[in-house]
Structure formats: structure tokens, C-alpha cells
Design a protein around this ligand. Structure first.
Ligand code: IPM
Ligand code: MN
Length: 333
């Protein structure tokens, strides 16, 4: 079976970490064909667009896409983050963020959860305006039945597939009565279709607290876009931080896999960034493609490298980005 993989390295440390993920993928006994596309601020400076049409076409033609990171300049008017545009363009409605203990002292033990973050609406709607001569700013929080239904169903289906028993629906319906109220109402309806799975509700502030107090209680958290953005960064710190956090942006047709960390311009070109998150994003991509055996090989290789201290400085090791990639690639059996 031959898969076409689109690779979008992006800015900052994106290219360095993605290169390691590609190296690991090439060590697998799979037939993969890689096409590279340009994206991000560097691409904007060169071509006048952070997400040019030819990049969109490459994603379209691929079976899956591996994305690095992009820089978003704060002071260019009407510039919107290339990853947000990619999510919107391909309607990648589910942002899947696994959060699992790693065999390392900086990770707490006994944690195994998925954060399922809605990825297209809420405060990320892009509907913003300034009123009253610049003295009032409005960003619309948009929640739809369709958007809520598909993300909540995604979470329950994931629970079924992974044999999990509990889905925690996180919202703030006590204050955001309309938007979160709708999300909650849809969740209660959908939960009825899955009698074998318990649905638990939790307010987002309580969830932020419980993630610190008793993270082992969570199996699947499903929530709206902005809450998911914040909670997933928090959760990542329980198991080793952003150097290890990975995600998939999944739609009906297309999917884009990425490390959760940003482009970290400060570390760009220094060969110090931890490639593990990008490599684990590639593992999630293999699962999406149905290549479970290959995915397991990648996961096992990363775990063994971490366990044996073959890691970058952020995890207390001595390896460069490149060496850390090699350390995983040579453990692929
Ligand atoms: C993430 C990031 C993005 C987001 C940024 C880069 C726009 O923080 O993937 O979590 O807010 O979704
Ligand atoms: Mn984020």
C-alpha cells in the first residue's frame, strides 16, 4: 500500500522537528511518498500568502499531512494564522490530543486520556469587529448544533473504539447560557445513543482544577475550541510538557497532524528542539491511516528512547534534535 504524505515544515523549529519525523517514517517498512509544501510566515514573505493555493492542492491530493509549526506575526493587518486557515479550509473539526504518561521522571504516572477539542468554531470563528471608535472590541463565540453534534459524536465513537467508559463534557453553561448551553444540550442528547458509556459534565474551571488534583480520573474530555486549547496545554504539563504533546486535526476527508508546540523562533536552527512531539504526531497519522502496527512501532521506539535517556536537553538528555531523531529511527524494528 502506498500513501501520499504531504509535509508542511513551516517556520522556526518546524522544519527541524518534522525532518526527524520523516526520518522515522522512512525507517518503517511502508511505502510512503512525500511531497513538501510551503506554509507560514516565511512563505508569506516570499509569496505574499501564508497558505498559497499550491499548498492547499498538495494537502488535497495527499492521504494525510504532517505539519511542523508556523510563526504568526502580531502586527500585520488581516493576517490570520496559517494553521487556523488550514483547519477552516478543510473543515478539520476534531482536534485530537492524546495525553499519556511517559516513562520519564518529569511525567506523572497513571495518566491516560484524550482531549477532543472542537476545532472550527467558538471564539475561533474569526468574526471580530471594533466599535465605538476603537473603544469596544467584539469577538463572536459561535456554537452550532452541527458543530457540537459532530465533535461530541467523535468523542463517544472514540470511547467505543478504544473501549473506554467515560466521556467528560466540559463547558461553562452556567454563564455562557446560550453557546455552552447548546453544546451541553446536544451532548446530553448524543450520550443517550451510547448507554454503555458514562457521560460526566464538568465546568471548565473545575476541570482545570481537577486536571491538577486528580488527572487519572479522565478518559476522554470533549470540549469547545478555546477551552480545549487551554486545557490541552495544561494537561501536557502533567506528562512532560510541550516537547512531547502531539495532535491531529481531523476532518471527514482530510487530516493534518502536528506537534502542539509552536515555531519557537528562539531555538530555530540550533538543533536543540525536541523532535518527539513531531514524531508522535507522525505516529497518530499512521493510526489515522489504519497502519496500527507501524504506529505501535513508532510509539514503542519513542518510549524506549525516552526510557533510556536518549533525549534532548529539555528532558535532561544530551542529544541534538538530529541525534534524538536517529535514536528513535534506529529503534524501529
Ligand atoms: C494550538 C495553537 C493554535 C491554536 C494557535 C497557534 C493558533 O495554540 O494548536 O493549540 O490556538 O489553536
Ligand atoms: Mn494551543
Amino acid at each position: 500500500m502506498k500513501y501520499r504524505i504531504c509535509v508542511l515544515p513551516g517556520d522556526g523549529i518546524g522544519p527541524e522537528v518534522v525532518e526527524q519525523a520523516v526520518k522515522v517514517l522512512k525507517a518503517l517498512p511502508l511505502e510512503l511518498e512525500f511531497t513538501y509544501g510551503e506554509i507560514g510566515y516565511g512563505c508569506y514573505l516570499k509569496k505574499g500568502d501564508a497558505l498559497p493555493e499550491e499548498t492547499i492542492k498538495k494537502v488535497e491530493k495527499a492521504d494525510a499531512t504532517l505539519f511542523g509549526a508556523v510563526t504568526t506575526p502580531p502586527n500585520i493587518e488581516n493576517y490570520s494564522s496559517a494553521i487556523l486557515r488550514l483547519r477552516q479550509h478543510f473543515d478539520l473539526y476534531a482536534n485530537l490530543r492524546p495525553c499519556r504518561s511517559f516513562p520519564h521522571e518529569i511525567s506523572q504516572k497513571g495518566i491516560s486520556m484524550y482531549i477532543v477539542r472542537e476545532n472550527t468554531e467558538d471564539l475561533y470563528s474569526g468574526v471580530e469587529r471594533v466599535e465605538d471608535n476603537g473603544n469596544k472590541a467584539v469577538t463572536e463565540m459561535i456554537i452550532t448544533r452541527k458543530g457540537s453534534e459532530r465533535i461530541i459524536r467523535y468523542a463517544f465513537e472514540l470511547a467505543r473504539e478504544k473501549n473506554l467508559r467515560k466521556v467528560t463534557v466540559v463547558h461553562k453553561a452556567n454563564v455562557l447560557r446560550e453557546t455552552c448551553g447548546l453544546f451541553r444540550k446536544v451532548a446530553l442528547e448524543i450520550a443517550k445513543e451510547y448507554p454503555a458509556i458514562e457521560m460526566q459534565e464538568m465546568l471548565v474551571d473545575a476541570c482545570a482544577m481537577q486536571l491538577i488534583k486528580n488527572p487519572g480520573q479522565f478518559e476522554i474530555i470533549v470540549t469547545t475550541n478555546m477551552f480545549g486549547d487551554i486545557l490541552s496545554d495544561e494537561a501536557s504539563m502533567l506528562v512532560g510538557g510541550l516537547g512531547l504533546a502531539y495532535s491531529g486535526n481531523i476532518g471527514k476527508e482530510k487530516a493534518v497532524f502536528e506537534p502542539v508546540h509552536g515555531s519557537a523562533p528562539k531555538y530555530a536552527g540550533k538543533n536543540v528542539a525536541n523532535p518527539a512531539a513531531a514524531i508522535l504526531a507522525a505516529k497518530l497519522m499512521l493510526e489515522f491511516l489504519g497502519e496500527d502496527e507501524a504506529a505501535k512501532k513508532v510509539g514503542d521506539a519513542v518510549m524506549s528512547a525516552i526510557e533510556e535517556g536518549d533525549v534532548t536537553q529539555d528532558l535532561g538528555g544530551k542529544l541534538t534534535t538530529e541525534q534524538a531523531g536517529d535514536a528513535v529511527a534506529r529503534r524501529i524494528k
